[in-house]
Design a binder for this molecule. Structure first.
Ligand code: SF4
Length: 284
């Protein structure tokens, strides 16, 4: 018996959350390894932390956001470490997730919003993400992918046609810092950014400002110059670090090294925005 079929009714009410800061763990712990592999290959099922409604910060207009589980990065400042493990996500069929999205179709049109897939890292489930975006496009819904960019080569150019906007997180410019903050190389992220530029795909760069970690002006300038050189970056969102996810590290028994880091002041955020603006970019 396919264990996953036990979960296929995929409690849609359970999927909804007020925000992604709800701690969710072990929702797929009983699913066999072979069922997970098969789901990842076909993309007919996925693993989601939640669906949230009414976001005004994850792309243009008001958005529905699907938060995927699974992330290969281990960012020191991650505020949703429960999304790192794929098995923490709620198993959903492609059909179920599409039906969930369809509920909001008219509202999204009226509010000139759309559908964003974030995470975790959505491209850990690249086939499911492409299938879901394909269905969203069939419904005439604007689509945005929020990604750390390192698995961008899992998407073909045809796959990318289903994505109207890429929200590309650039965590650091210096390769050593990038590795220190995320555990991974920055090169695949920058390569994906360059490929998106060649394809003239709309991109919003996202940069998390963490005092004492990512606020070095030289480092910020490196990202700003690179982003400006691409020609397809429509805006930069400077996201102030916050401590809303601190409790999750504790609940998950994970060592959290940013325990005592304070969020940046509005002046610090403005200072970093001005570095991006000096390169001709819109920054908020
Ligand atoms: S890429 Fe995002 S989800 Fe993954 S560890 Fe970093 S902040 Fe967390």
């Amino acid at each position: 018996m396919n264990e996953m079929s036990n979960h296929q009714p995929a409690n849609h009410f359970q999927l909804e959350a007020e925000n992604p800061f709800t701690l969710r763990i072990d929702h797929s712990k009983d699913i066999s390894e072979s069922d997970i592999r098969s789901a990842l290959k076909s993309g007919d099922r996925g693993f989601l932390h939640s669906f949230t409604t009414g976001s005004a910060v994850d792309g243009p207009g008001i958005r529905i956001v699907a938060w995927t589980s699974g992330c290969q990065f281990k960012c020191l400042y991650c505020h949703n470490p429960d999304t790192w493990k794929l098995r923490n996500g709620i198993p959903v069929t492609l059909e179920g997730a599409t039906a969930e999205l369809e509920k909001y179709r008219m509202g999204l049109k009226i509010m000139q919003g759309g559908f964003t897939i974030s995470g975790g890292e959505p491209l850990m489930q690249d086939r499911f993400v492409v299938n879901l975006f394909t269905n969203a496009k069939k419904m005439g819904i604007h689509t945005a992918l929020d990604t750390n960019g390192s698995l961008g080569n899992r998407l073909s150019d045809t796959n990318l046609e289903k994505i109207d906007l890429v929200l590309l997180d650039i965590k650091a410019w210096d390769p050593e810092n990038h590795r220190r903050f995320t555990g991974h190389d920055v090169r695949p992220v920058l390569d994906f950014a360059k490929r998106l530029a060649v394809l003239k795909k709309s991109v919003w760069v996202r940069f998390v400002l963490v005092p004492g970690y990512t606020d070095n002006p030289v480092e910020v300038k490196g990202i700003a110059e690179f982003a400006a050189s691409l020609g397809n970056v429509e805006r930069v969102d400077v996201l102030p670090f916050h401590q809303m996810g601190r409790f999750k590290w504790k609940e998950l028994n994970m060592a959290y090294s940013l325990e005592n880091v304070e969020p940046p002041t509005p002046e610090e955020v403005e200072r970093v925005c001005s570095i991006f603006r000096a390169e001709g970019l819109k920054a908020y």
